[in-house]
Design a protein around this ligand. Structure first.
Ligand code: MG
Length: 225
């Protein structure tokens, strides 16, 4: 019996475009400005120290900025970069530059499951800090209270079945009592290998040729048994 819902964010309950076309470009565009404006903040000082340490040489401010932008362009998931992106997004959310997107069908179903006593957890490659911003400053209002807990890649990669075993241990239920929802087959394979139940969400007429997961075009038709 399913006791816990575990969901991915990007592509599953939120549009890929919001993250890819709004959030990431905003952070890239504002890196230089944010570092200059917040140069004396402890968190920013730590980020700068970490970047210099990773590069292993003395760096002037412009080199640090260039390095961070290069990491973004190379899609590197480096901790100080992720922390800085989170801070810049927080600034954008608080200034009302944008609101995070959630598909209404997903939110409605998550709220329904929660009302039926099923806690909702999130597992996303976005940091827990960024996840919380995402739900606090959302187009649907502050929906953070819908979620009982958050996991990011600190617990392990999303295509690694050990991550799903650890999540089940952390929530203190059997993997078979968790339903994991995602738009990525490899993530669902990993969750399924760990013993979780899975469903594949393929929005916007996407097609996957072979998978062992039942496919849905949105949350409307998902039934739990
Ligand atoms: Mg996804």
């Amino acid at each position: 019996m399913i006791k816990i819902i575990l969901t991915d964010i990007e592509g599953t309950i939120s549009s890929i475009s919001f993250v890819k076309d709004v959030l990431f470009p905003y952070a890239r565009k504002n890196i230089a400005d944010y570092l200059k404006t917040h140069a004396n903040d402890l968190e920013v000082k730590q980020i700068v120290t970490d970047v210099v340490k990773i590069c292993g040489r003395k760096m002037v401010e412009q080199e640090i900025i260039d390095t961070l932008i290069q990491w973004i362009d190379e899609d590197k998931k480096i901790t100080p970069l992720k922390v800085l992106q989170g801070l810049i997004w927080e600034d954008g959310f608080k200034k009302n530059v944008f609101k995070a997107h959630i598909y209404p069908d997903a939110l409605e179903k998550l709220q329904y499951w929660k009302s039926k006593g099923l806690p909702i957890y999130v597992y996303s490659s976005g940091s827990i800090f960024a996840q919380k911003l995402f739900f606090t400053y959302n187009s649907a209002g502050d929906i953070l209270p819908v979620f009982s807990g958050h996991y990011d890649t600190v617990i392990g990669g999303k295509k690694d079945s050990a991550s799903y075993t650890k999540i089940a241990e952390d929530i203190q239920v059997q993997p078979s009592e968790i339903l994991f929802l995602s738009d990525i087959v490899e993530e669902l394979d990993a969750a399924s290998d760990a013993g979780m139940k899975t469903k594949l969400i393929l929005r916007d007429n996407q097609i996957v040729h072979q998978s062992r997961h039942k496919v849905y075009s949105d949350f409307t038709g998902i039934e739990i048994n």
